[in-house]
Unconditional design. Sequence first.
Length: 314
Amino acid sequence: MHRVVVMALDGVYPFELGIPQRVFGTAQGLYEVLTCSVDGHAVRTSADFTISTRHGPEILATADTVVIPPYASASLSAQLPAGVADAFKLIPAGARIVSICTGAFALAAAGLLDGRRVTTHWNQTARFSELFPQVTLDADVLFVDDGDILTSAGAASGVDVCLHLIRKDHGSRLANHVARRCVVPPWRDGGQAQYIEQPVPEPSVAGTSATREWALERLAESLTLTDLAAHARMSLRTFARRFQDEVGVSPGRWLTQQRVNRARELLESSDLPVELVARQVGFATAASLRQHLHAAIGVSPQAYRHTFQTAGDR
């Protein structure tokens, strides 16, 4: 059984602390989730209560995956909270390390993120970049998978990254099952920009959601920005701006994401040749599908199919 150890730091956010147990704990007994603190004592939370943990930092030595939830923003600095450096030394060399939201500050302060691409909550990106210039911060994504270290954005992105790990470990069938049990989407599209506070539009201003739904039904077609703007009855400039504001990415990037997502579904659930999968999702050639899939998740269509069809049948 894969052991996930969640480390609660002083000022931990209770919601995010519970995400790993809620998500991994729904995965048909394949994960064991344990919670520890730096010293084995009760931990003050960001709310008006404390949390007692059954384990001290020694349990980190047995972890396959370690999760660091966010903690009080007043404690976010380039210095590690007391005791955390010694605790981190107990983490096995081969373990995965995951941060949720501002938990990335602790990993960065420990030097674990130097030279890596990461993300954190959009509201703390300026502070993070100022404190850790040696880390490449991507503020426009919900999570970053950098192999043995994964970082996620704000609260609900902890759900996204945990589902992503289940998908990597056991395939999309199980990840989708867990998502349904948790009543959350298997994955969310776009980046953090769609969640950043924006001026509320006038009620009479049309949005782009209807056009996005229309486009999803026509991914096999050669859709252009002109087609999308025409369906939304907007000028190209207005549509592109409004789309970016609502979704967090450009229309072209969003279309590519949707085509890659649909291709992944077909690769997992069918034996269609790669060339036919490419055509059904709107990529002109199999080579184009390979290029976009590799850019998105770092593998070829055949490798992805082998991994997830096999994993999904376990």
